[in-house]
Design a protein around this ligand. Structure first.
Ligand SMILES: Cc1cc2nc3c(=O)[nH]c(=O)nc-3n(C[C@H](O)[C@H](O)[C@H](O)COP(=O)(O)OP(=O)(O)OC[C@H]3O[C@@H](n4cnc5c(N)ncnc54)[C@H](O)[C@@H]3O)c2cc1C
Length: 449
């Protein structure tokens, strides 16, 4: 019997999609770099069905690829043409919210927004939040160790996970559904599956840690004259403003391009840096803080959003949709020690402009958690392509010992550059782990390592 026939027999005909029934969705994540459909899409309805599917694929030596919400930006869920895609979309739903232990148990295919809502209904707060919240799945969030806009206060996806259930390549179910904050009973196995982009196992259920709601959030926009002052403002805000929930910097070119396109003008003068700070302190404390910063010349100007609408306007500049119209736009996601980001931006811009003097290069990002995004738009000459830009951006980054992926993962797009962020010994250990957990190499081959 063929593998597809075996899968149909084990899971039922409706769980196996082939040909036109697959639609176009399984071909690419939101990096829009995928070009091939998988051999078939399997839609298991439970951990047990998923384990059966993996056992059959492993026995046949056929590669599989996990697909969650397909919002990834690194090509991690893109098929190369011969894999069977395992969609998590039917392993979905909230199983439990436990207010006493402040935990939430969800199936892996549940959209992040559904998890957030369930926490909120119980009077609690799920700290993970990304722009793709309506479409990305909690299983995909863990598998990419997603970051987002609340990392500075609450940490990345990894920090929100107490336990999980995963299925290994051979169909073995690893149920590690810990619900305690403290548990040092041996190796913490959940970390093998968090951030490994579906290459070591498929996540099927998760136990998330919840927090008390942060309270009312106020948005500030500050004008700053140098990167050193951006860092000084970060440190002052962390001590003087108490709970800051966001700290996002935008370099002049990024801010002005988007603000002008959106027809938004917050101040009369132009400034080299703009910083969004969000705080849960009361307004009086925020005003006192800003006065002190102005007096010490840490900031040149500041605005406190007077309404939700004005806060959304400020964030619309940061989200930066207008910049997407630039030709051949590439958006990089890197991280560096916070103190080095300013120098890296100068060196990276110089290196890119030396090669393409007319290039548009601009920077923005969650600087408060060492993450910066780089927008590069270049008109290529004959024989040139985007990999030339990659080489320069990551090459300069290597000199600063930064990471080629702050939050989007490695997938296929960054795989050729992983050696710039990891030592040979680290890469060898990653390969040993892969060999131990997936000896036939069927899980998401060609991704990460
Ligand atoms: C508008 C927008 C905003 C975004 N903002 C952010 C942001 O602020 N921070 C950030 O980090 N990312 C961001 N992203 C990227 C993306 O949303 C995240 O990477 C997200 O975590 C991916 O989840 P997903 O369910 O869509 O996973 P997919 O794209 O389906 O898959 C991503 C990877 O995880 C694997 N995978 C998926 N599900 C499982 C599973 N159950 N078990 C094992 N492996 C699995 C896949 O094989 C693939 O390698 C954004 C994307 C968009 C489109």
């Amino acid at each position: 019997m063929s593998l597809i026939a075996e899968l149909r027999a084990a899971l039922g005909d409706t769980a196996v999609l082939e040909g036109e029934a697959m639609g176009a969705r399984p071909a690419s994540d939101m990096s829009l770099t995928g070009t091939s459909l998988p051999r078939a899409v399997i839609r298991p309805r439970s951990t047990e069905e998923l384990a059966t599917a993996l056992r059959l694929c492993n026995a046949a030596g056929v590669p599989v690829i996990a697909q969650g919400g397909m919002t990834g930006l690194a090509g991690g869920a893109n098929p190369s043409g011969n894999e069977i895609a395992i969609s998590l979309e039917l392993i979905r739903g909230i199983e439990e919210v436990d207010a006493a232990s402040a935990t939430l148990v969800a199936k892996a295919g549940t959209p992040l927004e559904e998890c957030q809502r369930a926490a909120e209904e119980a009077g609690l707060f799920l700290a993970l939040d990304l722009g793709s919240r309506g479409s990305c799945t909690i299983g995909g969030n863990l598998s990419t160790n997603a970051g987002g806009i609340r990392v500075i206060r609450y940490g990345m996806a990894r920090e929100q996970v107490l336990g999980l259930e995963a299925v290994l390549a051979d169909g073995t179910v690893i149920s590690s559904m810990n619900r305690m904050l403290k548990n040092n009973a041996g190796y913490d196995l959940k970390h093998l599956f968090i951030g490994s982009e579906g290459t070591l196992g498929l996540v099927t259920r998760v136990v998330l840690r919840l927090h008390p709601p942060p309270g009312e959030i106020t948005t500030l926009l500050c004008a700053v004259e140098s990167y050193e002052q951006v860092v000084a403002l970060l440190r002052r805000a962390q001590s003087g403003l108490g709970g800051i929930v966001a700290f996002e910097a935008m370099w002049r070119d990024y801010f002005h391009f988007n603000a002008e396109a959106l027809k938004l003008r917050f101040f009369d003068a132009e400034h080299p840096f703009w910083v969004i700070v969000e705080s849960t302190m009361d307004r009086e404390a925020i005003e006192t803080f800003l006065s002190a910063c102005l007096e010490d010349a840490l900031i040149s100007d500041a605005l406190i959003a007077q309404s939700q609408a004005q806060s959304r306007q400020i964030w619309s500049v940061r989200h930066g949709h207008p910049i997407e119209v630039l030709p051949n736009l590439l958006n990089f996601d890197v991280s560096l020690p916070i103190g080095m980001i300013g120098d890296y931006a100068v060196a990276c811009t110089a290196a890119l402009k030396q090669r393409w003097p007319a290039a548009h290069v601009s920077f923005y990002g969650h600087v408060g958690d060492s993450n910066v995004h780089i927008c590069v738009s270049v008109l290529y000459g004959p024989g040139e392509d985007m990999h030339d830009v990659d080489g320069i951006v990551y090459g300069v980054l290597g000199q600063y010992h930064g990471s080629i992926s702050a939050e989007h993962g490695i997938g296929t797009l960054k795989r050729p550059y992983l050696h710039l962020s990891r030592t040979p010994a680290e890469l060898a250990l990653m390969r040993s782990l892969k060999q131990a957990l997936d000896p036939k190499g069927i899980l998401n081959p060609g991704k990460v390592i």
